[in-house]
Write a protein that binds this ligand. Structure first.
Ligand code: ADP
Ligand code: MG
Length: 697
């Protein structure tokens, strides 16, 4: 085992490296840019580029890449080497400020939702100095933003950075109303807990569905899966443990504070949590985490599944986006302190967030809407598709008291005494855990739990930041000029809690009563992704994003179109994969077994004559023949339905056709094939079983 503090961040061009390698004035100017977001001078960039290159080459790098986050696939990169010919058949390693700042690439193969005509294929990547460059695979990775020739954002990072500025500006206004003028920046920070499955590569290779779609499209549940709840926090198997150790080391080298790891609820499911950082860095780091999980798994003969629902009937994977607000002077603005009831500033921030979640439920819902996540949300394992806020008993009581103008005394934290003298006593947390809530207050942060495991967390954070910025702005407008800010704020807090109490729900989000109750409260229940996508371009939302310059109307329309298209593409691939596997693998296997049974029956008849005991063969042959024929017919209808959906010109109609016409046929085909699986011997069935995949890592 290496020395952790020594290897930590050794592959990152971080502050310590900059301080050591850059001339003082350049270092100062760069850190100023990083902290304030001000534009960097080209002469400075030249010096930085050269220092980066020298550092990277010393560490064995030969190439550099502008690393960016296009609108559907998770990350993109194009590698250039540092070499530059100097004549006489010789080369030197070079990297200029211009190359660091700007990259140009053909954007035509990335989704643009009509933002870019194919004739205007040019796209630009631009250095994001607020996220450190790093080395991976002998390549210097430079985090960048990605935009079109006309300056429209073609990525997820640009709007994220804009949303971070928006919330900072408005939070600072509120702080200054409370007399705090020391902070110059309010940052949102995020800690993203990542869930994933690991499967033995040998099984993975035999499953075309996993290969093409990331999830199993067929398969009957194993006799044992998660009923005994013995996997959650269970001891790590040796192979998994060595995988995790190596993963930690790789992440530490890249300066990612991988902190917690454990087995999850489902068999072969695991989780990794890093320590939180500033949002855009957290996004970049989460993307690296996902990639590293896959890479390191391969080295251990495993394959990592990041899909939201790799296995039917077994819990899927999500990502908990822990989010909070802090000042550059080190204050967490969501920390209630000992006396929340008298902490007006805290209550105001809390009220604003509650209002933001209520007013923009649709945006939060839509930020996690993908074909994959549709299998999870509302399926008794993940929060429902209904957005609500969990505050915990203590704060909920306080909210009630403020609304009802009744007395409230701050709770004295109870001390936990287990009655075992050798076990030290400790204090209770002020909130218990509520795993069923989509947006839960957990001490000094909110945990947004609806995000899918394979998603880029940018969109969710863009929504949270912008919606909250909007309410901060309204509040600051209201309070500015008030003769008694404290009193005016108290009034505003009360009105806000009163108007938005409906979004607070401390009960069981998995209960079947909740959707009814939510409907009575007038909360949105956008059950599937396609019900949610169009909300992006509703007038109130266009106004929200354009008023802060986070996204233009054109950028919003493009994103809506891409969401629909992505959904359709995913379902189309799944449908085609099912047809393919059915015709090429499942039906031949069933027919083969029918043949074997028929031969056995014939053999028996040659021994016993007309009274041969062939009841079993008859029954199984009959059942399998029906199932085989049914599978064949359904696959044919499925193929036709997918072809029809794909032919529709309107992207909304197309997606709805996939949802309403294609998915039901997929479900029906699966049912037929799964029924056949239970009758065919394992040696003949062409796909590894659920038991093998989930229990034999
Ligand atoms: P819990 O036990 O509630 O899950 P943890 O302390 O394990 O909380 O933290 C879960 C995640 O939340 C970690 O990634 C952690 O770094 C992150 N986190 C903790 N505090 C904050 C904060 N102030 N802002 C954002 N994320 C945070
Ligand atoms: Mg958590």
């Amino acid at each position: 085992m290496s020395n952790v503090p020594e290897i930590f961040g050794c592959m990152v061009f971080n502050d310590a490296v900059m301080r050591q390698r850059l001339p003082k004035d350049v270092y100062r100017s760069l850190t100023y840019t990083i902290q304030t977001g001000k534009t960097i001078d080209v002469s400075i960039a030249n010096v930085v580029a050269n220092a980066m290159k020298d550092w990277a080459v010393e560490k064995g790098a030969t190439h550099y890449t502008h690393w960016f986050q296009p609108l559907t696939s998770v990350t993109a990169e194009k590698h250039d080497s540092f070499i530059s010919p100097i004549g006489g058949d010789k080369v030197v390693m070079e990297f200029s400020g211009k190359e660091l700042i700007k990259g140009e690439s053909d954007a035509s193969s990335f989704p643009s939702g009509g933002l870019r005509e194919t004739c205007n294929a040019r796209g630009y990547t631009a250095w994001d100095p607020s996220s450190y460059a790093f080395i991976k695979d002998k390549t210097l990775y430079i985090p960048t933003v990605f935009c079109s020739y006309t300056g429209d954002a073609l990525d997820t990072k640009t709007p994220l950075l804009r949303s971070m500025d928006a919330i900072s500006d408005q939070a600072l206004r509120l702080l200054s109303l409370f007399g705090d003028n020391t902070a110059t920046r309010v940052s949102t920070s995020v800690g993203a807990e990542q869930e994933y499955f690991l499967i033995n590569k040998e099984y993975y290779d035999k499953r075309d569905d996993l290969l093409y779609t990331g999830r199993t499209l067929f398969g009957t549940p194993a006799p044992k899966s998660q009923q005994l709840e013995d996997h959650y926090y269970g001891p790590l198997k040796t192979k998994i443990s060595s995988f995790m150790h190596e993963l930690d080391e790789e992440l530490w080298k890249l300066g990612i504070t991988s902190k917690t790891k454990h087995n999850e609820v489902a068999p072969s499911q695991h989780e990794l949590a890093p320590i939180y950082v500033t949002t855009n860095v957290a996004v970049d780091q989460n993307l690296i985490v996902m990639e590293m999980i896959k890479k390191v798994a391969e080295r251990h003969g495993l394959v990592a599944l990041l899909h939201e629902k790799p296995y039917a009937g077994i819990n899927g994977s999500g990502k908990h986006n822990n989010w909070s607000l802090g000042t550059d002077t080190g204050k967490n603005l969501l920390s209630a302190g000992k006396n929340p009831a008298s902490n007006t500033q805290f209550l105001l921030f809390l009220a604003a967030i509650i209002k933001a979640v209520d007013d923009y439920q649709d945006l939060l819902r839509l930020s996690v809407a993908t074909a994959g996540n549709d299998h999870r949300l509302g399926a008794d394992e993940a929060p429902p598709a209904i957005v609500s806020v969990f505050l915990g008993d203590e704060l909920e009581e306080l909210v009630e008291a403020i609304v009802g103008e009744t007395d409230y005394t701050d709770k004295v934290r109870r001390t936990m005494d287990l009655g075992v003298p050798s076990v030290p006593t400790f204090r209770y947390d002020s909130t218990d855990r509520n795993r069923t809530s989509p947006f839960a207050f957990t001490g000094n942060k909110f945990e947004f739990r609806m995000v899918g495991s394979s998603q880029n967390i940018s969109l969710a954070n863009i929504m949270i930041n912008t919606a909250v910025a909007k309410v901060f702005r309204d509040f600051a407008d209201t309070l500015t000029g008030a003769p008694d800010v404290e009193a005016a704020a108290r009034k505003l807090i009360k009105e806000t809690f009163k108007a938005h109490k409906r979004i607070i729900f401390n009960g069981n989000g998995y209960s079947s009563k909740w959707p009814e109750e939510a409907e009575r409260r007038g909360l949105l229940n956008l059950k599937t992704s396609v019900d949610a996508f169009s909300r992006l371009t509703e007038q109130k939302n266009i106004e929200l994003f354009t008023s802060f310059g986070v996204m233009s109307e054109i950028e919003l329309r493009a994103r809506e179109e891409i969401m629909f298209e992505n959904y359709s593409n995913v379902i189309d691939i799944e449908a085609k994969t099912m047809v393919d596997i059915t015709n090429k693998k499942i039906i031949p296997a069933i027919e083969e077994y029918i043949g074997a049974l028929s031969r056995t029956a014939k053999d028996k008849q040659s021994v016993f004559g007309a009274n041969a005991p062939v009841g079993l063969e008859r029954r199984v042959i009959g059942d399998l023949s029906r199932l085989s024929e049914d599978a064949f017919n359904t696959a044919e209808r499925l193929r036709d339905a997918a072809t029809h959906a794909a032919s529709l010109k309107d992207f909304r109609e197309e997606a709805f056709s996939y949802k309403e016409k294609v998915i039901p046929l997929m479900n029906s085909l699966r049912k037929t094939v799964d029924a056949a699986e239970t009758l065919v011997p394992e040696s003949t069935w062409p796909l590894p079983s659920y038991g093998e995949m989930t229990l034999k890592q």
